[in-house]
Design a protein around this ligand. Structure first.
Ligand SMILES: Nc1ncnc2c1ncn2[C@@H]1O[C@H](COP(=O)(O)OP(=O)(O)OP(=O)(O)O)[C@@H](O)[C@H]1O
Ligand SMILES: [Mg+2]
Length: 257
């Protein structure tokens, strides 16, 4: 199962990715979680210990590796470099595993094609495509805010695109944009997850205003989410209400798989 998590900035993409990844790992699934944010923070949400976090660095920042594989220094303009560098060893070599979740930090990936044609984007695009082709049991992609990264490669392979929203018009507006973009490239398997919900009114608001995307789950606002971050513990362990709703969401996902 390959899942991509998207949505407006700050709505809870990373939190949801961490919840789903840990819940699936606890069920004994092999989980590869990929942090595609330019400033990664999935390791924190998963409660990875400091010594493991210290071993992680986004692939996008590994200049020597990018040069070794593409034949050109990152940032180089002009000149020759390979557009399909070797990447098959990267997920195993540069990820770390904690409690059954293997985590890879990619850094920002511009799959949509609006970015530069340069060694680093060739490297990341190839890696991204490789991840989508791999036969991982579970792949979860924590995408960064916005929609422009949603390219063809994404939709050909992800089983579901999960759009996280808060009970606000703005985040629902972004969700509608993502839905449109997804439709443009043929991805129709979408789910909406409402996050930071404080009361019945907010639940009703979300239900009445979804951009025609079925609701996978509704996660309550809980101050313990921030507390988990402060304490460096996994949000999955620290916030029982979220753990419980995550398990329900997984049942729904699997029922339609
Ligand atoms: N259910 C919740 N209750 C309370 N706070 C939450 C909840 N979910 C997320 N948060 C808080 O909201 C903030 C943003 O969450 P998160 O980092 O998961 O969002 P994001 O969509 O990944 O953000 P970004 O776009 O910056 O990557 C964090 O401070 C997090 O602690
Ligand atoms: Mg995030």
């Amino acid at each position: 199962m390959k899942l991509a998590i998207s949505g407006k900035g700050g709505v809870g993409k990373t939190t949801l990715t961490a919840l789903l990844a840990q819940a699936l790992a606890d069920q004994g699934r092999q989980v590869l979680a990929v942090d595609a944010d330019p400033s990664p923070c999935l390791a924190g949400a998963l409660g990875f210990p400091d010594e493991l976090r210290a071993q992680l660095r986004p692939i996008s920042q590994m200049d020597a590796l990018i040069e070794e594989r593409t034949g050109a220094k990152p940032g180089a303009v002009g000149g020759f470099f390979t557009l399909n560098p070797r990447v098959d060893d990267i997920p195993e070599r540069f990820s770390v595993t904690h409690r059954g979740v293997r985590l890879l930090e990619m850094g920002a990936v511009d799959i949509g094609g609006s970015g530069c044609i340069c060694p680093e984007s060739a490297m990341l695009k190839t890696l991204f495509t490789h991840l989508l082709f791999r036969q991982d049991d579970i792949l979860i992609l924590d995408m960064y805010a916005g929609v422009e990264h949603l390219g063809r490669a994404t939709v050909d392979f992800v089983d579901a695109l999960i759009i996280v929203v808060e009970p606000t018009r703005r985040s629902l507006g972004t969700a509608a944009q993502i839905k449109k973009l997804a439709a443009d490239i043929g991805l129709t398997r979408l789910w909406l997850v409402g996050n930071k919900i404080r009361n019945q009114d907010e639940t009703a608001f979300l239900q009445a205003n979804t951009p025609g995307v079925p609701i996978l789950g509704l996660l309550p606002a809980d101050l313990r989410v921030q507390e988990a971050d402060r304490l460096g513990t996994a949000v999955y362990d620290h916030v029982p209400a979220l753990k419980q709703e995550t398990e329900t969401m997984i049942q729904r996902l699997e029922a339609t798989d």
